[in-house]
Write a protein that binds this ligand. Structure first.
Ligand code: GAR
Length: 197
């Protein structure tokens, strides 16, 4: 059974979907939910699901990203994860950290990559007049939101959509996509997952 650590910064709805998916004959189990923010709502959610939690507060490291990442790395080494899922984890990670977990770290991003890496993806899709929007799960590499795409979920942009309505309509698709990709990834199945469209 593969051991999965999930990194969050906020509400943790994707974490919740991932944890709940790892039951029965699933090839993986959650071993840790880790947040860089002690106030993240997802921490209580994880504890309620019976998953061990940890906090590495980035603010405790002032502007020393290397020290923050060393603490993050050591918290992860404690549980020896086979797979790390970034799930609404809002800190940019450095090349050294990423390299130590390369090929084992996934991220969900709220756009149809390679479009709209970085922030404000919903507003940018609207500004561009896109007919479709969606989310992607990709392998994490040193370049931001740029690793191999392992799955995407696509939905239409509707008249009157705002960044908020797009985000709200996309979230349930994220909750379907990420567990589907994790299951295949944990089973060593390299086929991409495509939902909707
Ligand atoms: C999700 O929409 C996720 O795609 C996005 O943050 C939200 C987290 O929600 N991630 C990013 O923007 C990564 N740059 P959650 O905490 O409820 O899972």
């Amino acid at each position: 059974t593969k051991k999965v650590a999930i990194l969050i910064s906020g509400g943790g709805s994707n974490m919740d979907a991932l944890v709940k998916s790892m039951t029965g004959d699933h090839p993986a189990r959650p071993v840790l939910v880790l947040s860089n923010d002690p106030a993240a709502g997802g921490l209580a959610k994880a504890a309620g699901l019976g998953v061990p939690t940890a906090v590495v507060d980035h603010r405790a490291f002032a502007k020393d990203r290397a020290a923050f990442e060393a603490a993050l790395h050591s918290a992860l080494l404690d549980v020896q994860p086979d797979i790390i899922c970034l799930a609404g984890f809002m800190r940019i990670l450095g090349a050294d950290f990423i390299q130590s977990w390369e090929g084992r770290m996934l991220n969900i991003h709220p756009s149809l990559l390679p479009k709209y890496r970085g922030l404000h993806t919903h507003a940018r899709a609207l500004e561009a007049g896109d007919a479709q929007h969606g989310c992607s799960v990709h392998e994490v590499t040193a370049a931001l939101d740029d690793g191999p795409v392992l799955g995407q979920a696509v939905m239409p942009v509707l008249p009157g959509d705002t960044p908020e309505t797009l985000a709200a309509r996309l979230l349930p698709l994220e909750h379907a996509l990420y567990p589907a990709v994790l299951r295949r990834f944990a089973a060593g199945d390299a086929r991409p997952v495509m939902l909707g469209g």
